[in-house]
Design a binder for this molecule. Structure first.
Ligand code: CA
Ligand code: CA
Ligand code: ZN
Length: 456
């Protein structure tokens, strides 16, 4: 629309908002429905008092851009770039996270204006969706790959056009791309042309991108904090080859996982119980092996023992046995555990389990009842009625003439160690698992019948 003449002087103060309103009023009067325009650009004479070449909102609806240098193509591109959410293309040549110069990556029109037409850098192309996802390779392990020039229309090359690598210590990404003097980039400067360009960017959003430098064949980029090295190994007119090496990734120690089992078990006072302790070294794979010291923790007076220390590689796990012995006076549930310490303070952790001291069984079973005896074929057959116990009856003992002659879990017994015609007295006692014995049953006397089988 326009041009329209508005009632301001080229010498009047730089009231760009008022100029935009006056311009919009003029366009509306001329029949434009401005509601149809979500991106609005106000271009005014180069003779003005503003002191800048252009100004643009980052995003916005409508987005707005003011062009003070109406004859500079890249100023339009720059301000419209802000309007679609791009921030400035900056430099940080020493990669210390501190911007060296906000507008100095001039491989991208989001740097200084007045440089001439050019493309945008790799992070901006990804941010804008101007590179299909298939053209951006995220390297997570050692790899060697070739990139086609970033200037090519993606459909015209089978190669990827950007290499992206996470920068874990800041949550940013590195971007590598191959820039050549093609098309709008025909005037690309020597810092960029025919080199693998290195950028750093958050990965999304209206945040500055940072140019870190360019590689020639044989040169490497290193980030020692993240153990990353990227070496340019070859370049032709059609591609650059980069070798990515994560070889010396920094060690990231982590809290080991300690589990103790069983979670709970019981034993008598004074009993020694075993627990299995599993130790998992969760350090990152680049860490060296670590030694974990396992120290048992138990109530005062108890004794405990553990193997002491275990040495594990990252990711490795082992189980060891830790034993605890309660004191004779202990009762109820008690916490037992292990403290684990390692090389790193991060390694210090612990685990616990429960040792329940059972109340001892001091109550004997009831006496067996209804003891009855009979004799047949030279043997004595005894039967009785089962006893009961607060826990359980474990066995019956059979006594003949006051001597223990056998033990059974049944409620009957057959005694063959007897002489025909003789008389014997028997009683039976019941036992429980704790060794408590009942009082004797009543006594029965049995006279052994004459031999078995038919008489000869
Ligand atoms: Ca810097
Ligand atoms: Ca008992
Ligand atoms: Zn800007």
């Amino acid at each position: 629309a326009g041009p329209y003449t508005i009632n301001y002087s080229t010498n009047s103060p730089c009231d760009y908002d008022a100029w935009a309103s006056a311009g919009e009023a003029a366009a509306t009067a001329a029949g434009f429905n401005l509601n149809q325009y979500s991106h609005r650009v106000y271009v005014f004479p180069k003779k003005n008092t503003c002191g800048w070449a252009g100004l643009g909102t980052i995003g916005g609806n409508p987005s707005r851009a003011w062009i003070a240098y109406c004859d500079l193509l890249d100023v339009y591109a720059h301000e419209l770039g802000h309007n679609v959410d791009m921030h400035h293309s900056s430099t940080d040549m020493n990669n210390d996270g501190v911007s060296d110069c906000e507008y100095c990556d001039v491989s991208d029109f989001m740097g200084y204006g007045g440089v001439g037409p050019r493309q945008v850098n790799a992070p901006h192309k990804e941010q804008m969706g101007w590179l299909p996802a298939s053209k951006v390779v995220l390297a997570t392990g050692n790899t060697t790959l070739s990139l086609a020039p970033l200037e090519l229309y993606p459909g015209t090359t089978s190669l990827p056009q950007a290499l992206k690598i996470a920068k874990p210590n800041t949550g940013e990404y590195y971007y590598f791309s191959y820039r050549r003097k093609l098309g709008f980039d025909s005037s690309l400067g020597t810092d960029y042309a025919d080199k693998a360009n290195i950028h750093r960017y958050q990965g999304s959003g209206a945040i500055q991108t940072f140019f870190l430098g360019g590689l020639s064949t044989g040169q490497s980029f290193s980030d020692s904090a993240n153990g990353l090295t990227v070496t340019q190994t070859a370049s032709t007119a059609d591609f650059v080859t980069l070798q990515v090496n994560f070889g010396s990734v920094a060690c990231a120690p982590a809290v080991p996982t300690i589990t103790m089992s069983p979670a709970s078990q019981g034993g008598q006072a004074g009993a020694t119980l075993s627990y299995t302790v599993q130790v998992v070294n969760n350090d990152s794979t680049s860490c060296s092996s670590s030694t974990f010291t396992v120290t048992p923790t138990a109530p005062t007076g108890w004794s405990a023992s553990a193997p002491g220390s275990v040495t594990l590689a990252p990711g490795q796990s082992t189980t060891l046995t830790v034993v605890f012995t309660s004191t004779t006076g202990s009762t109820g549930p008690n916490s037992v555990g292990v403290n684990v310490t390692g090389i790193e303070p991060l390694h210090n952790t612990s685990a616990n389990a429960t040792y329940v001291v059972n109340t001892p069984d001091t109550s004997a079973p009831t006496a067996p009842k209804n003891l009855a005896g009979s004799s047949k074929a030279g043997r004595v057959q005894l039967t009785w009625t089962a006893s009961s116990d607060n826990v359980s009856v474990s066995a019956y003992r059979v006594w003949r003439n006051g001597n223990l002659i056998g033990q059974t879990t049944a409620t009957s017994y057959s005694d063959g160690g007897v002489n025909s015609g003789a008389a014997y007295s028997y009683f039976v006692t019941a036992m429980d698992g704790a060794g408590n014995e009942s009082v004797p049953s009543t006594t029965v006397t049995v006279t052994v019948s004459k031999g078995g089988g038919k008489p000869r």
